[in-house]
Design a protein around this ligand. Structure first.
Ligand code: GDP
Ligand code: MN
Length: 396
């Protein structure tokens, strides 16, 4: 689950990570009220208006702007709220902005260049350890830094049994070229950040930029936070942070009925029971010259109702040219699944694309007979290879 910048910052701050202070607003009037409040609390004269969408690169797309007066806060908030913000990380249509974060201006005007660093915390899957990735080249496109000057990106791996050790936090501050008060502030920042990462069961923190102000404060100016969905049951309070407007509507609908559905770009919809079989089926589709349109695991109970919902979800995708159903009847008998498919097909009505059904397992032969005699435009097979050949045939 991804968080908005303002939610991520609040969460970080609750673990003692220093942040650029801000208040979220839905309207220009709320934005002005937020700016006034921030001036009272922080003494800031200028403010920054920041679009809240689940995508980075907002600055480049015109979604982050400095306001030098309350009139400008109102005017800029009015421009940004309701706009379709296009950034290097959104589609060409962009994302609708429904709220902005009003922040204190932490790049104090007139002072020498503040220093922007990059810092992320994530899992290194090759070593199975968390790591802190950081660079002196913050604020800009970290992918470009990785391409052009990879030696300016550092990694610090953390032993899961020991946690982040004090010398590691000092090494990071040292490699970022800090000394004195800023050095100390950075070690505090890194320790609090890592602690927050572990305690919140996150799978990604990306803070770009981490800012060192001219008076040597070290603060998170941006925050991309991804919480591990599999750990959400331990954090019931985080569930309220989910913004369904930012998520794929079909995936949201699938989740509500307990189906694992991931939208993909291909042309063959697939309905499978079991994640392993789903992966194998997607490989099969590719081998047959197609591209999977989705990952869909209907789970152990492939009854008529679930099959019908699954069909409907797949059919929402206009790119789907064929559907491959690949179900292993272990716990659930194939003839029951076949009846479910036939019933679902009849209930939905005008399905205009070919459906290939491969049922293997208990009562597979009875299932094939049921489908073949149903009079519906469904191709039934038992062997995996036959299914592949059929996919190839219907796509040709
Ligand atoms: P992103 O473009 O989506 O990554 O959004 P960021 O939160 O990183 O903001 C983009 C850029 O806005 C930063 O790299 C800064 O250069 C600038 N910015 C952010 N906060 C302030 C601020 O308080 N004052 C000024 N002057 N610029 C800021
Ligand atoms: Mn950023």
């Amino acid at each position: 689950m991804n968080l908005h910048e303002y939610q991520g910052k609040e969460m970080l701050n609750s673990f003692g990570v220093e942040i650029q202070r801000g208040i979220v607003a839905q309207t220009p009037a709320e934005a002005v009220a937020a700016a006034k409040k921030l001036t009272e609390d922080t003494g800031t004269g200028w403010h920054v208006v920041k679009a809240q969408i689940h995508a980075g690169g907002r600055g480049k797309g015109g979604g982050v702007k400095l306001a030098k007066s309350l009139e400008e806060v109102e005017q800029i908030a009015g421009q940004i709220i309701g706009m379709h913000l296009v950034t290097p990380q959104t589609s060409v249509e962009g994302k609708l902005v429904s709220q902005v974060l009003i922040t204190e201006d932490v790049y104090y005007p007139g002072e020498s260049e503040p220093s922007e660093y990059y810092m992320s915390v994530l899992m290194n899957r090759a070593t199975g350890r968390n790591m802190i990735m950081y660079s002196t080249e913050g604020g800009m496109d970290i992918e470009a830094v990785a391409d052009n000057t990879p030696h300016l990106i550092f990694n610090e791996e953390i032993d899961p049994a020991l946690g982040l050790l004090p010398f590691q936090a000092r090494k990071i501050a040292f490699n970022l070229g800090l000394s004195g008060k800023a050095f100390k502030e950075m070690t505090k920042f890194v320790s609090a950040l890592y602690n927050a990462y572990v305690k919140s069961d996150s799978s990604l923190f990306e803070i770009n930029p981490v800012l060192k102000t001219s008076d040597d404060r070290v603060i998170a100016v941006d925050a991309k936070v991804t919480i591990d969905d599999n750990a959400l049951f331990r954090h019931k309070d985080y569930e309220a942070l989910r913004d369904l407007r930012e998520e794929n509507p079909v995936e949201v609908e699938a989740k509500a009925v307990g189906l694992s559905y991931v939208d993909l770009d291909g042309n063959v919809g697939c309905m499978v029971n079991g994640a392993g079989l789903a992966m194998a089926t997607m490989d099969l589709i590719k081998q047959a010259g197609g591209e999977p349109a989705n990952f869909l695991d209907v789970g152990g109970t492939a009854d008529a109702e679930r099959v019908e919902i699954a069909f409907k979800l797949i059919l929402k995708d206009p790119n789907v040219k064929a559907i491959l159903v690949n179900i292993f009847g272990g716990i659930v008998r194939c003839d029951r699944v076949a009846k479910g498919i036939i019933e679902a097909y009849k209930n939905i009505g005008n399905i205009e694309i070919p459906i290939i059904v491969r049922l293997e397992g208990t009562n597979a032969d009875i299932a094939k007979k049921l489908i073949d005699e149903s009079g519906l435009d469904v191709h039934s097979v038992i062997e995996f290879q036959e299914a592949a050949d059929k996919v190839q045939e219907v796509l040709a």
